[in-house]
Write a protein that binds this ligand. Structure first.
Ligand SMILES: Cc1ncc(COP(=O)(O)O)c(C=O)c1O
Length: 399
């Protein structure tokens, strides 16, 4: 099938819900992707953060193939060896005390489960989220997601949600009260533009919700599993979540959502109140176990910290030469360049020059490469960006 065939079919028959880039990706290896003509790209998107150990990692690919030959479908109503082994590996590395998990198929589902658990456990309805936050697009999670562009055509959303401004102390004190079931918060806002809160503000949220008898729910769907240079971004901020949501790269890009808490909290839902036909699928669990093994054996969390620092330093150097850059921010391999203008053309030009990049809002470039990225890949990105930025500057900031 040619590029034209693939695009024509998807354009004709696939719902047009994604802003598509004009490229047909057919293969990947580590940090690199290849299109249908064999052109190579440095992947700074990591499949929206879902590729953490690198594309087509041989150990993950083998685990998937081996499991697929043994058993593909296995419902949660019977026990399964592969699911048990993944559950054991995962609960060994989760923050202390979070030793009971529910497996689903996406980030938004992990959040749905967290909302239900928090409401049932506390017997309360109110969930406080943060302006600029993103938690998914199904109705419960969407009620916590901030951006009006995702929400406005689907109201009424689920009642009981309140949003407080990022870093605002007074609003937090007023809103988080003793009728609050949970604060649902990303340690670092991803879709919202890679915004890193202060440790003191996050500490205040944690104290407020705990003092009022509610739960702290950390949405680490984008930040978790090493992305920020620590296994969980909560560690940077001194957070001790009562419920943790994970997704994206945990199974190297196979569909997964994880909701974790202690046994008492998770035990508040009874049999049948929350299930999923595909949740805990053995092929996904095999991929998850292999992903955890690779993450530790190849020391990818350390690599994210080290190469992330190198990447950020390069972007900061660029900021001193280019007026178009307003700010460089982020931790580990979760980085952003905030520009003074729309970054759409920058992303298209970078694609032409063999680098796949993401946005996070109109004027923010976002970098979420696989955690195995090496300095030589970063150099390729830093090499092409100055010319692209200069062209945009000339077009948009004359004189
Ligand atoms: C922080 C956060 N929460 C939830 C989600 C929703 O995950 P999914 O797209 O797998 O439903 C995302 C996805 O980008 C996310 O970044």
């Amino acid at each position: 099938m040619t590029a034209q065939d693939s695009r024509a079919i998807e354009d004709s028959h696939y719902a047009q819900y994604y802003a598509r880039k004009p490229v047909t990706i057919v293969r990947g290896k580590g940090t690199l992707l290849y299109d249908d003509r064999g052109k190579e790209y440095v992947d700074c998107t990591g499949a929206y953060g879902a590729c953490i150990v690198g594309h087509a990692h041989p150990r993950v690919a083998k685990a998937i193939a081996d499991q697929a030959e043994k058993l593909i479908a296995c419902h949660g109503s019977v026990y399964n060896d592969t699911r048990a082994s993944f559950t054991s590996k995962l609960t060994n590395i989760l923050p202390k005390g979070l030793d009971r998990i529910f497996l689903s198929n996406s980030g938004t589902e992990a959040v749905e489960c967290a909302i239900k658990v928090a409401r049932k456990f506390t017997g309360r309805r109110k969930v406080v989220a943060v302006k600029g936050g993103f938690h998914g697009k199904t109705h419960g999670a969407l009620s916590a997601t901030w951006d009006a562009k995702y929400r406005k055509n689907f109201e009424p959303l689920v009642p009981g949600f309140a949003h407080i401004p990022f870093e605002n102390v007074e609003a937090a004190k007023e809103t988080v009260t003793n009728d609050t079931a949970a604060i649902l918060v990303e340690p670092i806002q991803g879709e919202g533009g890679i915004r890193v809160p202060s440790k003191s503000w996050m500490g205040l949220l944690q104290d407020l919700v705990h003092d009022g008898g509610g739960l702290l729910v950390a949405d680490e769907i984008q930040t978790g599993f090493g992305r920020t240079g620590k296994l969980f971004a909560s560690e940077h901020l001194g957070m001790q979540p009562d419920i943790l949501c994970l997704g994206k790269g945990v199974a190297s890009g196979l569909p997964i959502g994880i909701t974790a808490a202690n046994s008492e909290t998770m035990g508040s839902l009874s049999v049948g109140e929350h299930t999923s036909t595909f949740g805990g699928n053995p092929v996904v669990c095999a991929a998850g176990s292999a992903t955890i093994d690779v993450l530790f054996d190849e020391r990818l969390v350390d690599n994210a910290a080290k190469v992330g620092e190198y990447f950020k330093a390069g972007l900061l150097r660029m900021m001193s030469w280019h007026r178009i850059i307003r700010e460089v921010r982020g931790l580990g391999l979760m980085l952003a360049v905030e520009a003074r203008f729309d970054v759409h053309q920058i992303i298209l030009d970078a694609l032409q020059q063999g680098v796949l990049m993401l946005d996070a809002g109109r004027n923010i470039l976002r970098f979420l490469p696989p955690l195995c990225i090496q300095p030589e890949h970063v150099d390729r990105v830093l090499e092409i960006l100055p010319n692209i930025l200069e062209k945009e500057e000339l077009a948009k900031l004359p004189g």
